[in-house]
Write a protein of this length. Structure first.
Length: 201
């Protein structure tokens, strides 16, 4: 990637005129399936609050992609990570998806949010609010990075059990195509998530 150049008038070139500047810092990213509020091996939801908060504090990553979000769980993570912001649009068509399926946390001191969105509606069987969630950040004023997170269909979903056909095949193509449309030339990109990789043949 090229560094930003000055145009003939001595002004910084636009994104259309030059590639994005290189990333001069290391970023840490994580993916976290928070298991919604259903009973899980770790116990019912309220009992998991201390463990969840301890995990996110210890990891202390710059960006976190969350799956199986729930408002109560997100409130607990918000409390544990005062240094981070959570993408929580309130007036968009996909607003509910960001609190009931997935979201993205980012370190406020290191990253500037430039844009966000939710893609691939309809690609996740039996999960109307599930999406590929994405965000673009400026890193330390030096360049931008695209971050995406998703939750692939489970092998035990009713449609897969009934048909024997993996729902992850078509879903993975949709998820892979989205960053190609969203990314800018020379931009670093991450894709994290719970991919439910098959345990069968």
């Amino acid at each position: 990637m090229k560094r930003r150049q000055l145009d003939t008038a001595g002004q910084p070139e636009t994104a259309e005129q030059t590639a994005l500047a290189p990333l001069p810092v290391r970023l840490s990213v994580a993916t976290l399936n928070v298991w919604t509020t259903k009973d899980k091996p770790g116990g019912p939801w309220p009992a998991r609050i201390p463990a969840l908060q301890k995990v996110v504090r210890l990891c202390n990553t710059d960006i976190i992609g969350v799956q199986e979000a729930h408002p109560e769980i997100l409130a607990a993570v918000d409390e544990a990570l005062p240094t981070h912001a959570r993408i929580a649009p309130e007036c968009e068509a996909d607003s509910a998806c960001w609190t009931t399926e997935g979201t993205i946390y980012y370190r406020k001191a290191a990253l500037e949010l430039l844009g966000h969105g939710a893609e691939c509606a309809g690609s996740f069987p039996e999960k109307p609010n599930r999406r590929l969630f994405w965000a673009r950040f400026r890193v330390a004023g030096a360049g931008s990075v695209l971050f995406t997170t998703c939750h692939m269909p489970w092998q035990g979903s009713p449609s897969e059990v009934l048909t024997g056909v993996s729902a992850r095949f078509a879903c993975s193509h949709a998820v892979a195509d989205a960053p190609k449309r969203l990314s800018q030339p020379g931009e670093a990109a991450f894709c994290v998530g719970d991919f439910n990789e098959s345990f069968g043949p």
